[in-house]
Ligand binder design. Structure first.
Ligand SMILES: [Zn+2]
Length: 264
């Protein structure tokens, strides 16, 4: 079993991996004088690395292939989003009410989606000028990768917007990067959930917890315990779901963690 080491990684946070596909990330060098950048009117994170400046652009999982444009106060940058075939996953959910929510549940789900999207659209001041250092929030087998096109009882659903880590019930879930806890809640689909703002619109969401050990407004350091793994909400078994969002685009978490954290 992997032990969690807080400071085993170099303190220098590398840039994320550039992967220009729906659900990927474009790392685009910009002029050092750039003050603001947007994609589809959402503000985009600007970071420095080795004396160069970059826009780190989350590409929405719904993005079409072809040319997209990053707008900055110093000019525009076109980039190409390539075709990428995510695999399909078919799941059987015994509790049909979690597949086809009744009207009350649907109303609850929409309220919760608005609440979460408001946070995803927020853009707070950077905590540093480099890209945040990320590690996995728990170490276990990956049970469902990002981007799976999921079918619940043969009904199509939105692609899987995070990474599922099959950690055992009660395993400590850690903050994948430093930040501020901006939301905690018990959601219909996501169960007990913690959202952490890493600055500049870079936001993590950790779901299906059996216990939450942080409060809204609390500052967390990378590796801090934020709760315990569980199976609250729509979950077929205990696991930790981790979503990472940039400029309101949920992107593949494997693109932000160092190679040493990835399975072979
Ligand atoms: Zn998941």
């Amino acid at each position: 079993m992997a032990t969690f080491s807080l400071f085993s990684m170099a303190t220098h946070a590398a840039l994320p991996q550039d992967s220009r596909r729906a659900g990927g990330i474009a790392v685009i060098e910009v002029s050092p004088t750039t003050k603001s950048a947007t994609l589809d009117d959402q503000p985009v994170a600007l970071v420095a690395d080795n004396n160069k400046n970059y826009a780190v652009v989350g590409i929405p999982i719904t993005a079409t292939t072809g040319t997209h444009t990053l707008k900055t106060d110093q000019g525009n940058f076109d980039f190409n989003v390539a075709d990428y075939a995510y695999p399909e996953q078919r799941l059987t959910i015994k509790d049909q009410s979690k597949v086809t929510p009744d009207p009350d549940e649907l109303a609850r789900y929409h309220r919760e989606a608005v609440e979460q999207n408001t946070i995803y659209q927020s853009f707070t001041t950077p905590q540093g000028n480099s890209f945040p250092s990320f590690v996995l929030p728990a170490h276990a087998r990956f049970s469902s990768p990002f981007g799976f096109k999921r079918f619940f009882n043969n009904e199509p659903r939105a692609p899987h917007a995070g990474l599922d880590i099959a950690a055992a019930f009660g395993t400590v879930a850690h903050a994948p990067a430093s930040g501020v806890v901006v939301q905690t809640g018990d959601y219909f689909f996501n169960g007990q959930t913690v959202m952490i703002d890493h600055g500049q619109g870079i936001i993590s969401m950790l779901c299906h917890l059996s216990r939450i050990d942080v409060k809204i407004g609390q500052t967390v350091a990378q590796g801090d315990a934020i709760g315990l793994v569980g199976k609250t909400g729509r979950a077929t078994g205990p696991h930790l779901h981790w979503s990472i969002s940039m400029n309101n685009a949920r992107v593949d978490p494997l693109l932000v963690i160092p190679a040493s954290e990835k399975p072979n």
